[in-house]
Design a protein around this ligand. Structure first.
Ligand code: SAH
Ligand code: CA
Length: 213
């Protein structure tokens, strides 16, 4: 669902920085060849992720939910010199596609792809994190938050995508599916957690920007 008038969305894209050529190509090829291309962050959200990352200047980024690697490239644009991004996905079928594009984007020296269930992979991370992007299975957003919060540095940021879930969160009596109820209880949990402050940005499908105190 588009919350913003498509013409306004286009205007916002036109008057924001362009996607790089590699990101344009990755966006096009995902739409042409890969299942569920709507999951890709896209031009405007990609620029938002890049801008936020550049403001944070993270040393370590964790991304949960790589898909075709688009958002990882955007997030990596703000990394410190010698910084690293680890991105996880349960779907091994896209591995060579992702690595091909990361190489084209020149980030394969700082980006590491881990294939597997993020619930099992996150506990293996043994260094502090500055920026986390939660964008995998919606049922587990709260679990992902619990798994990363103690690894996040004070002042560190978690960005969770799709927290408006096409507006279904407005009516959880009508939308009783697991994804809607999980996202709604994730948003409630964040609002009530004294360890963090947050802003739910109504951008695209909703970005919850969460800062650890
Ligand atoms: N961040 C990407 C889109 C991610 S789509 C972008 O913005 O372009 C969500 C991804 O989460 C899918 O690729 C799916 O395979 C992955 N995923 C779903 N459940 C997962 C799990 N338990 N562990 C890791 N990845 C998972
Ligand atoms: Ca998403």
């Amino acid at each position: 669902m588009e919350f913003l008038d498509p013409k306004l969305n286009l205007y916002a894209e036109q008057f924001s920085s362009d996607e790089t050529e590699v990101l344009k190509q990755l966006n096009r090829e995902t739409n042409a060849k890969v299942l569920s291309p709507r999951m890709l962050s896209g031009h405007l959200q990609g620029r938002i992720l890049s801008m936020l990352s550049k403001m944070i200047r993270p040393k370590y980024i964790l991304e949960i939910g790589t898909y075709t690697g688009y958002s990882a490239i955007c997030l990596s644009e703000g990394l410190q010199e010698n910084g690293k991004i680890i991105s996880m996905d349960i779907n091994e079928e896209l591995e060579s596609f992702i690595l091909g594009y990361w190489s084209k984007a020149g980030i394969n020296n700082k980006a590491e792809l881990k294939i597997g269930n993020a619930l099992n992979l996150i506990p293996q991370i043994d260094h502090p994190l500055d920026l986390v992007f939660i964008d995998a299975d919606k049922e587990n957003y709260s679990n992902y938050f619990d798994l990363v919060i103690d690894k996040l540095n004070s002042g560190g940021i978690i960005i969770a995508d799709n927290v408006l879930w096409s507006g279904k969160v407005l009516d959880t009596e009508k939308h009783t599916d697991k994804e809607t109820t999980s996202i709604h209880s994730f948003n409630q949990k964040i609002k009530n957690d004294p360890r963090v402050e947050n802003i739910l940005l109504p951008v695209r499908d909703g970005l919850n920007v969460i800062r650890k105190r």
